[in-house]
Every structure is written in C-alpha cells, then in structure tokens.
Design a binder for this molecule. Structure first.
Ligand SMILES: NC(=O)C1=CN([C@@H]2O[C@H](COP(=O)(O)OP(=O)(O)OC[C@H]3O[C@@H](n4cnc5c(N)ncnc54)[C@H](OP(=O)(O)O)[C@@H]3O)[C@@H](O)[C@H]2O)C=CC1
Ligand SMILES: O=C(O)CCCC(=O)O
Length: 493
C-alpha cells in the first residue's frame, strides 16, 4: 500500500517535546512496518530515558499555567482539536490502517470513535464541580474542590492506535493535567499525527508531549517516568503482565494509576435467547479488529438445546467474512499485528485441538492473492471447547470463537466468572428475571445484555479483578485525572 495523504505533513516521525518536533537525543530511529507484508514504510524516533525526562520536564513546567486556565479555555482547545480530527479523518484512517492493518472502514469508525472522546471531554471540562459541605459546627465553612493530579504519563497499545490515546489525553487535558505519552512500537504514526493536530489546535508548548521507542527501549522510556516523582499518574492500556509491572514500579512514588488490562470475556447464549440476534452480537463483538480487542468475547458458552442451531448460523456468517488488506473496501478482517500475535493464535488453536476441539471453519493462517502476507489468520469457529484448553484461560486476541456447551444457568455463571479477569461479559436471554439475575452475578466491569456493541464515550469503560481499575469515558472518566482538595475555613462567626 502506498500512503498518499491529503496532508502529508501529518506523517510525523520525531518526538514532540515542549512544542518542538525533534529527533531522539541519540538521533536514532526504528522501523515501522506494514503488518500485512512486513514491509518497512517509515522510521520513527527511537527514544531513550533522556528524551522521556526532557518530556517530563516540559510537562511539569507547563502544568501550573495549564491547570490555572479557565475550564472554558481548555474546553475550547478540545473542541478545536476535535474539529481538526474530523477534518482530517480520512488521512488519519489511512495512516492507522496502514500501520495497524485494520480494514479502512473500521479505521474510519475508530477515528470517529476516538474523536467522540475529545468532544465528550470538551463538555465534561466545564463540569468539574466540587461540593459545599452543610455545616454541623458553627463558624466554619467546608468545601471540596477538584484539582488536576499533575503530569500524566499515557502508555497505549497498538490495537486502537487513535481511540486509546485520545481517551487518555482528552480527559487529562480537560482536567488541567499535562501529558507525556508513549504509543506502541507498532503504531506510532497515528498518535504522532494526533499530536500534530493538537499542536495545530493551539495547545501551549509542553502541555502535550510524545516520545516513541522500539520495544527494546520501552523499559528505559517508561522507567524514566516511573522513577520520576514529577509524574503523578500513569494511565495504561495493555496486557495484565505489563500493568502489574507498572503498578509495582509506580508504588515507589505512589502515583495514581488507571489500568485497562486484558480480558477473557464470556459470551453466553441461553436457551431462551433470540439466536439470530446472538449470532449478530457475536459477529460484532468477536470479529471487530480481527478479534484483537480486549472486550472481544474469548469464550462462547451456548446452551445445549440451541448449540447446534447457533453453531450452524455462526459458521455460515464467519466463513463468509472477507479477509484481506486494509485498503480493499470489502476487507472485514485484516492481518494480525505481528508474528508474535499470529503465533499466539496458532498455539491456542493447536492446544484446543489436542484437548478435543474440532474446527467448524478456519483454523489456519491464510495466504493467497488477496490476503497476501504472512500475518493473516482465517476467521475460526471451534466446537467442543472445554476448560482444559489454554484459550479458556488466556485471551487469544485473534479471530477465533471457541464454543463451549452448557446445561444450566448456575453452571455457566460459575464458568464465566472462573477467571482472574473481569473486563467485559455478554449474555443473550429473553427472560427478564434471568436478565437481572445474571447481570447481577457477572464479575465484569461491563455487561452486554442482548448487545454486542457496548462501548461509547458516554459510558464508563474499565474492568474489575485483574482487568485493572479506573474508568475511561463517561461522566466518571474525569475523576481519574483529578484529586479532591478539602478546604476548611474557620473564624466565620
Ligand atoms: N487491554 C488491551 O486493550 C490490550 C491487551 N493486550 C493483551 O496483551 C497481549 C500482548 O500484547 P502486547 O502488545 O505485547 O501488550 P503490552 O502490554 O506489551 O503493550 C502495551 C503497551 O505497553 C508497552 N510496554 C510493553 N512492555 C512494557 C514495559 N516493560 N514497561 C512499560 N511499558 C511497556 C508497549 O510498548 P511496546 O509496543 O513498545 O512494547 C505498549 O505501548 C495481547 O495478546 C493481548 O492479550 C494487548 C494490547 C492491548
Ligand atoms: O481493546 C481495547 O482496550 C480497546 C477497546 C476498544 C473499545 O473502546 O471498544
């Protein structure tokens, strides 16, 4: 794919620190590759701890002014940024699909989705109310005000290169925080373009800084932020293993943490469900971004009585999915992000087959004239899944839907909750009593009830258990970037 943008200047390859684009201090770069072909199409700054610390210094020095701006000023900046994202949506989508591999239609959807967080927090910026505490003692007045936590370090994954960073930066800036950010090694260009647009929207120097690095430098860059007491919060989306590492390291300076980590989402189809709706819901939730989404169903539990009918309908739909490069309009499943990702999918499928699964469709890599490259994996449905399989315990992060049979509600809820993770869960049922009962018992931060498309800037996104803590989006999302300050005024009588 050759990248032609209306605005070629959105292709940025350097760090943005204190309002300046600059190379890494060692003047080194690393390659960004097209995940479909492995072909290198850009080189971006390979940063060090020194670059990260320079970014922290800039963000720290910009903080006092930014936090003291009126909420209106911060809101208006976010509105201008939002408009620029929309104005450049097609370029952003093309850049994103090239470096990440998601079909262009999905990339366009993600630009709109990411932009919606910027718009949302432009409004929420205006509503950072505090409280006046009713007096119980004469002569005193007690108030609670909300204040920005300080410099925020945002670390984001490759699966949603625009939406994840937007939904961290937007509330941080809305709250009055300043930001240092590091996108994933595989997908830096979308994030850099987003920052270029923030600069164009008139953000003061130092308020938003971004440094890029290859995977072998990530511990240096993020390590510099973890050690630095001036960084007051880490907001992270990624694997649970890295989330735990960040939590341990952040403890030394007791930073605030928002951790949006891996999931292992159950998707339950009860015997009283609308089967067509359940199939549709699974298609929407499972195969979005090729299954590389932390809220993707990882385990599909289907009641024995409807199992065969559900499996038949699902297989028809899954086998018809178009696999191909992101720039073909008909592509529905693009390449996986990299070789490690495909190897993990292969390992899960092989392990499932060894434990008694059968392939209803897919089950292999595909490479042909259209899906031309080593990282395509066929959309897959596996029957006879069970809990001895690796895929029951670890998210596959690929287009694989394993079907588990169940007999009764109690058993399936126990199975669904039998995981250290708790991000999203889904179930389909037309029995109103069951709906309330099951929703109450699901140990997840998000529950889709007869619905597969659950996310929205208006709703709180986040997990329980080892899927992390903190919430993104919604009216709760700003609180993660603010502290309460209690003011007690005496001598009033
Ligand atoms: N919750 C979610 O949305 C996501 C979940 N995952 C899960 O994690 C699995 C592995 O994916 P992977 O990309 O390796 O996820 P990681 O958790 O490794 O990567 C997420 C982010 O963390 C950074 N990072 C990696 N190692 C460290 C470290 N030691 N210290 C600080 N930051 C670090 C990455 O940088 P760099 O890219 O440079 O390594 C990236 O920016 C997936 O298969 C999936 O199960 C993955 C991505 C998103
Ligand atoms: O995988 C993720 O963490 C991103 C979830 C995308 C969404 O907000 O739906």
């Amino acid at each position: 794919m050759i990248l032609t943008l209306k605005r070629p200047d959105l292709i940025r390859t350097e760090n943005f620190i204190n309002g300046q684009w600059q190379p890494s201090n060692l003047n080194e770069s690393y390659p960004v590759n097209n995940p479909a072909t492995g072909q290198n199409f850009a080189q971006v700054a390979n940063s060090t701890a020194q670059d990260a610390t320079q970014a922290t210094k800039a963000a720290y020095e910009a903080f006092e002014d930014w936090r003291n701006q009126t909420t209106k000023v911060r809101s208006e900046f976010l509105l201008r940024w939002h408009q620029l994202i929309l104005d450049n949506a097609e370029d952003l989508a093309r850049l994103m699909s090239l470096e990440q591999g998601k079909p262009l239609a999905e990339a366009r959807g993600e630009v709109a989705y990411g932009a919606s967080y910027v718009d949302w927090f432009a409004s929420e910026a205006l509503r950072t109310y505090g409280d006046i505490i009713p007096e119980t003692v004469s002569g005193k007045q007690r108030l609670v005000v909300k204040e920005a936590v300080g410099v925020v370090a945002a670390i984001t994954p490759w699966n949603f290169p625009l939406a994840m960073i937007a939904r961290k930066i937007a509330p941080a800036l809305a709250a009055g925080c300043t930001v240092v950010a590091k996108p994933a090694e595989d997908t830096p260009l979308t994030a850099l373009a987003l920052v270029a647009l923030a600069d164009e929207a008139g953000l003061p120097a130092g308020v938003l800084n971004i440094v890029t690095s290859s995977r072998d430098r990530v511990s240096d860059v993020v390590g510099a932020w973890l050690e630095d007491a001036r960084v007051r919060k880490i907001t992270f989306t990624g694997s649970t293993a890295v989330g735990k590492l960040l939590a341990r390291e952040a403890a030394a300076t007791l930073k605030h943490l928002s951790l949006e980590l891996g999931g292992n989402a159950p998707f339950i189809v009860f015997e009283d469900a609308d089967i067509d709706a359940a199939v549709e819901g699974l298609m929407v939730s499972k195969f979005r971004n090729g299954g590389q989404t932390c809220v993707c169903p990882n385990r599909v539990y289907v009641h024995n009585r409807v199992y065969d009918a559900f499996a038949d309908k699902l297989v028809t739909r899954v086998a018809a999915l178009h696999v191909g490069p992101s720039d073909r309009e008909e592509s529905q499943i693009g390449p996986m992000i990299n070789e490690r990702a495909v190897e993990k999918i292969e390992r899960h499928v092989q392990n499932a087959l060894q434990h008694g699964a059968t392939i209803l469709t897919g089950g292999t890599r595909i490479q042909n004239d259209i899906a031309c490259g080593p990282h395509y994996y066929a959309p897959t449905v596996l029957a006879n899944a069970n809990h001895d399989m690796e895929l029951a315990h670890e998210e596959t992060f690929g287009p694989v839907a394993p079907l588990f049979r169940f007999e009764n509600e109690e058993e399936v809820i126990q199975a669904a909750n039998n995981t250290p993770f708790g991000l999203a869960g889904y179930f389909y049922s037309n029995d109103i009593k069951r709906v309330w009962r099951v929703a109450n018992k699901m140990q997840t931060g998000i529950v889709g009830i007869n619905e597969g498309a659950i996310t929205s800037e208006t709703a709180p996104f986040g997990g329980v258990k080892e899927s992390g803590y903190g919430r993104e989006g919604s009216r709760y999302g700003l609180d993660d970037y603010m502290e309460m300050k209690y003011l007690c005024q005496g001598n009033l009588s």
